[in-house]
Design a protein around this ligand. Structure first.
Ligand code: ADP
Ligand code: MG
Length: 382
């Protein structure tokens, strides 16, 4: 649905977006991540035709944004980082204005009402924009993007500045939209990405450093090889037993002490679930097992590691550390280095162009009826 090839943006002699390529499949929700200044907004502004590119190509549903900007833009609903809201307009006036600008052909009254129900702004429909809270303003910006039912929706930091409840609402909305639309959202909130996105692209200093299906990242993040295990028993004997237990490749004692129990960090060999064996070994020696905690890594760990361009170098150093943090960091860096290496290759070898049939992208992308409340309910409120 969206194909970006070797996209570059220079501001003077500064390269904000540096030869990036990625694709978003029809119906896919793509999380576009990166630290501040990475080039997310610049990229989104180019995809939506708000900003010209220095070089490279962008195709929306087979339509090149430079060759045919009007038709390409018609396919996109965009929530920019700072939505252009006119403070003295009411919500109704503003959405009506957006409707006219987009030259929309749907039944105006009904369409705008439906959108307001979806983004939950029906109760402020006649209020002035300047009197709305930040959360409501943001939702009006989202409503504006949905006018005309575009098949592609692009949101730049849709949840920035919102409270946790509002964040959950917007997240659910994006999930609903993702069923019928192709969506790109940029965000800082990583749990959000894990919850709603099919694919994650991470950009850093203008370059794409990761492009993975969320499920692949989650799999890399899951870990049943490393545990913190709390055992009551003589420390030296316990440690020696752990180190000699077949299937455990690493064990160390951590500083924390709880009565006569110590916490040990253990790592099992690849493909071995050590938990049962460990239980029986301890039972045999009558050393009670007080706690067992799997040490997975979080998607934050991966993000930080991927964004850290010295990932590989650090992984080498960290491997030599014996402290638990060191070992754990090494694993993150290793996963990250793998992702970066694969992505860098893909970026270099990305094809320059590709023929796409346009017809399939002009289907009915209207929001499903059942995502709206009934019309009677809307009328009741008046
Ligand atoms: P993000 O949205 O990921 O935070 P941006 O795309 O806004 O990043 O910015 C990427 C880089 O380009 C930043 O270093 C920013 O300072 C720079 N930049 C953005 N817009 C301009 C501009 N109009 N002129 C010069 N530099 C800019
Ligand atoms: Mg930005």
């Amino acid at each position: 649905m969206i194909k970006i090839s070797h996209l570059v943006k220079n501001y003077g002699n500064f390269t904000a977006v540096d030869d990036i390529s990625f694709e978003v499949a029809k119906g896919e929700v793509l999380g576009f991540l990166g630290p501040n200044g990475a080039g997310k907004s610049t990229t989104m502004n180019m995809i939506t035709g708000y900003l010209s590119s220095t070089s490279g190509s962008i195709k929306i549903g087979g339509v090149d944004i430079l060759d045919d900007p009007l038709n390409a833009k018609r396919l996109i609903g965009y929530l920019p980082e700072q939505p252009p809201l006119y403070p003295d307009m009411t919500v109704e006036e503003y959405l009506s204005f957006a409707y006219d600008l987009k030259n929309c052909k749907l039944n105006k009254e009904k369409h705008l009402r439906e959108i307001c129900e979806v983004v939950k702004i029906t109760d402020v429909y006649h209020r002035m924009l300047k009197n709305l809270s930040k959360g409501y303003k943001q939702r009006v910006g989202i409503a504006q993007a949905l006018v005309g039912n575009p098949p592609v929706i692009i949101f730049d930091e849709p949840t920035i500045g919102l409270d946790p409840k509002q964040i959950i609402e917007i997240r659910n909305l994006i999930r609903t939209l993702g069923k019928e639309h192709t969506v790109i959202i940029s965000t800082h909130i990583l749990q959000e990405v894990q919850a709603v996105c099919d694919r994650i692209v991470i950009i850093n200093k203008g370059k794409v450093v990761a492009n993975e299906l969320t499920e692949n990242i989650s799999r890399a993040v899951e870990n049943t090889r490393r545990f913190n295990v709390k055992i009551s028993g003589p420390q030296r004997d316990v440690l020696s037993m752990l180190r000699n237990l077949p299937g455990i490749c690493y064990a160390e004692v951590l500083a924390a002490r709880d009565g006569d129990a110590y916490t040990y960090m253990i790592e099992s060999e690849v493909g071995i679930d050590i938990r049962k064996k460990l239980f029986w070994a301890l039972a045999e020696r009558k050393w009670p097992l007080i706690g067992l905690e799997a040490l997975g890594m979080s998607i934050e760990d991966i993000f930080i590691a991927v964004v850290d361009k010295t990932a590989e170098e650090k992984a080498q150093k960290a491997k030599k550390k014996t402290r638990y943090e060191g070992v754990r960091a090494a694993e993150e860096k290793e996963v990250a280095a793998g992702i970066v290496e694969k992505t860098v290759k893909e970026q270099e070898t990305a094809s320059y162009d590709e023929e796409t049939t346009e017809s399939e992208f002009y289907e009915d992308h209207s929001i499903k009826e059942d995502t709206f409340s009934s019309e009677e309910k809307t009328e009741e409120k008046e």
